[in-house]
Design a binder for this molecule. Structure first.
Ligand code: HEM
Length: 236
């Protein structure tokens, strides 16, 4: 079991990030080299400054808000939680104190960031079981949402176990030791990882996160890289 824990928490993380970086580069090169096609983009009214409107369209999703306010609500809370999640993970590196200008505990959000994401993900998944979204969904849509759901569920479980159910054997400072050691290529797993039973949540969280990171460049989530430039083009 110790070997599996090590393989998932160390070499698989490096492999996942390697595939992520190479995958993104290869997707970008393919798009760059693709023959120019006549545009099928729906053009929005031109407004200046164009970049600011592109940001507005990308982050506030006005078209979705107009046509489907419920979907818009869940997309907004999902993306806000995602932003907080990125900050939360950055703070799991020792010495990363940039966001401490507003004082808060690590992991930030007291367990509610993960809870919010879980609720939003359940909505996004179940809407694909009903018409008309079901008819336009493909298997990848379900796999992707289920994979993100499992990653978020086990990440949140770690936080809830510690904060809400008193399992304090694995602490944020253990996570900081682990993640900072990975960053500097001197991998070190704190002894608590091998000694406490509930580290299975960490192993499952990182396992599903690794699969997600490897899958990312080849999935629909690549839209996150293209949405701002596409919206900029739409604004003429
Ligand atoms: C290799 C990559 C990753 C590692 C090593 C990692 C590690 C961690 C650790 C150590 C925690 C802290 C748990 C606690 O406070 O007890 C955490 C929390 C969390 N992670 Fe990750 N994570 C990774 C990627 C991801 C990804 C890709 C997602 C989502 C798509 C994610 C979602 C979450 C969530 C939802 C939480 C809990 C947030 C909350 O406290 O409300 N993680 N992660």
């Amino acid at each position: 079991m110790q070997t599996i824990t090590y393989l998932i928490l160390v070499p698989m993380v490096y492999l996942a990030y390697l595939i992520f970086v190479l995958g993104i580069i290869s997707r970008m090169v393919k798009i760059w080299r693709a023959p120019v096609q006549p545009t099928t983009l729906q053009i929005f009214p031109e407004k200046k400054p164009k970049w600011l409107w592109a940001l507005h369209d990308s982050f506030l999703l006005p078209t979705v808000r107009k046509h489907n306010p419920v979907l818009w609500f869940f997309l907004m809370i999902f993306h806000i939680a995602l932003l907080l999640l990125i900050i939360g993970h950055l703070e799991l590196f020792k010495g990363f104190t940039f966001f401490q200008f507003w004082e808060h505990e690590i992991f930030l959000g007291k367990g509610f960031v993960g809870l919010t994401m879980i609720i939003a993900l359940l909505y996004l998944l179940f809407r694909r079981f009903a018409s008309p979204t079901r008819q336009i969904s493909i298997p990848e849509d379900y796999y992707l949402l289920i994979l993100i759901f499992l990653t978020v569920l086990f990440g949140s479980q770690m936080d809830w176990a510690r904060r809400w159910y008193g399992y304090a054997e694995l602490s944020p400072s253990d996570y900081q030791t682990y993640l900072t050691s990975l960053l500097f290529f001197r991998p070190e797993l704190p002894s608590a990882v091998y000694q406490t039973g509930h580290s299975f949540m960490l192993v499952l969280h990182v396992f599903f996160a690794n699969l997600f990171i490897m899958f990312f460049p080849f999935s629909k989530i690549m839209h996150s890289f293209f949405s701002i430039p596409m919206n900029r083009l739409r604004r003429g």
